[in-house]
Design a protein around this ligand. Structure first.
Ligand code: ATP
Length: 232
């Protein structure tokens, strides 16, 4: 579903992503694990088509991000780290607007928004302005936004950041349910988040891929990268 080959990203002189390659198969829930500043958001923003790579190749659902960007982007829903903008917009209004931007056909828009609200658990706040919602519910609106075009792939950037323990449990359960019939790549700096939601992890530190495998495989490594021990 995702193929990344020798991807690098430089911001001025700073090499934020340094020659990483990995694959995510259809149906997997994969954690993209690393400490703050490791290069997770940069990589996910490149995969989502919001940031250009300095070098390397990325394909999504078999479509090259540079040669065939519209098809690649149509296959994925991206939830950024930050909450949705437009605090004065009601949830259903915002999602309808987003569905329009994502070219969901007019006749299908209403049912697409209703399905996304149901899947993300925000249907009971459909008429509430986004700015009146708690952080947990704003995160869910971000998830509903990623779901509104019903993509087969979800790319979620730290989906539980800043939530309280109850909200974290709920969002993790939601991600596991969404992963029943979708591929999910989610970034986190918490090893237990990967254990709770993912079948395996790709570990990144200082822009480089340092380990890959199931949590048990990573733990069983003779010398697990320090980052895997530090990020608990
Ligand atoms: P976090 O969990 O803190 O979001 P991250 O793993 O997502 O961290 P990135 O946000 O991708 O890491 O940042 C990787 C590195 O690139 C960091 O050193 C960061 O300071 C730097 N960086 C990120 N965005 C920019 C930018 N627009 N311009 C310059 N440097 C940047």
């Amino acid at each position: 579903m995702i193929e990344v080959e020798h991807l690098s990203k430089r911001y001025g002189t700073h090499l934020a992503v340094d020659d990483i390659s990995f694959k995510v198969d259809r149906g997997e829930i994969v954690g993209f694990l690393g400490p703050n500043g490791a290069g997770k958001s940069t990589t996910l923003r490149i995969l989502a088509g919001f940031l250009g790579a300095t070098s390397g190749r990325v394909s999504v659902a078999g479509h090259d991000l540079v040669d065939d960007p519209l098809k690649a982007r149509a296959a994925l829903g991206y939830m950024p780290e930050t909450s949705p903008l437009y605090p004065e917009m009601r949830v259903s209004e915002y999602l309808t607007f987003r569905a329009e931007l994502k070219l969901v056909p007019r006749a299908a828009r209403r049912s697409a928004v209703e399905r996304a609200m149901r899947d993300a658990g925000v249907e009971h706040v459909a008429s509430t302005p986004i700015g009146h919602l708690s952080k947990g519910y704003r995160q869910r609106v971000g998830l509903a936004d990623a779901l509104v075009s019903d993509p087969p792939l979800l790319i979620l950037d730290e989906p539980t950041a800043g939530l309280d323990p109850n909200q974290i449990r709920e969002v993790r359960a939601l991600i596991r349910r969404l992963g029943d019939d979708r591929t999910v790549l989610l970034s986190t700096h918490i090893l237990s988040e990967v254990e709770a939601t993912c079948s395996r992890a790709i570990v990144i530190s200082r822009g480089r891929l340092v380990a890959e495998g199931t949590i048990d495989e990573i733990r069983a490594m003779r010398r697990p990268p320090a980052v895997c021990l530090a990020v608990r």
